[in-house]
Write a protein that binds this ligand. Sequence first.
Ligand SMILES: Nc1nc2c(c(=O)[nH]1)N[C@H]1C(S)=C(S)[C@@H](COP(=O)(O)O)O[C@H]1N2
Ligand SMILES: [Mo]
Length: 264
Amino acid sequence: MSNALKVTRRAAMAAGFAGAGVLVWEANSLTLTPAMQRIFRAAETWTKLAQRTLLLPGQLAREYPAADISPVFKANGTLNPGTDEYAASAANNFIDWRLKIDGLVAHPMSLSVAQIRKLPARTQITRHDCVEGWSAIGQWTGVPLGLLLKAAGIAPNARYAVFHCADNLDGEPAKGGQQSPGQYYESSDLVDAFHPQTIIAYALNGRPLDIPHGAPLRLRVERQLGYKMAKYVNRIEITDSFAGIAGGRGGYWEDRGYDWYAGI
Ligand SMILES: Nc1nc2c(c(=O)[nH]1)N[C@H]1C(S)=C(S)[C@@H](COP(=O)(O)O)O[C@H]1N2
Ligand SMILES: [Mo]
């Protein structure tokens, strides 16, 4: 245990996360699982990759000062997954929620929200653009997805991260009602998955994510449009192809005609 904690401290320092934003790190009270140890170890080299990208401003989505945060961040699409399972989990403060990372990885993992909150974190204030014509600026905090994927050890033939969500839009009148199967999902290439601003977020404007905005965990992939920002994420599947998943176009809205690459 004390060895693991030493590694942890060094990793967090080397990664420079404390300077970059909020460091959510409670090493003293931490019982590190093997997966968490791998993630902290990955933080040592992850920072080099992240910094290289940070030196290229054109590669980053614009970040805003706190004064620009929208007083109200509209919620859109599913506002509550509404299943018995989700309701039970929410009633229990999502204590049983797990984020699974599987598929083409050397070390599949299953992380609780409490564990994720103890990992190195990044906070960013960005603008969300929905194709329906509205935008909002919000401050998001979460763990860099690249860090998780680095720790999971993605296979050389991996090409995409597929984000599976807990909600099903099938039959929702506002969305046309005809879609089936309507489980929400999204995907990104590995360039976006490893981008330093791509995070699995658990907080919006300094508060735990609420249900309309995707509690307990949602994706922020900041150089993309709103529909790519999967809410209620419970599984990230690393794959070489999404052709066999749902409609085969890489996302709920992509299966209904939207572009897969929704770069802004
Ligand atoms: N699981 C899930 N994720 C989703 C959606 C959804 O309906 N279900 N809607 C998408 C769309 S179109 C937008 S604009 C954003 C809205 O995020 P917000 O509710 O936090 O504003 O979430 C995206 N992610
Ligand atoms: Mo959207």
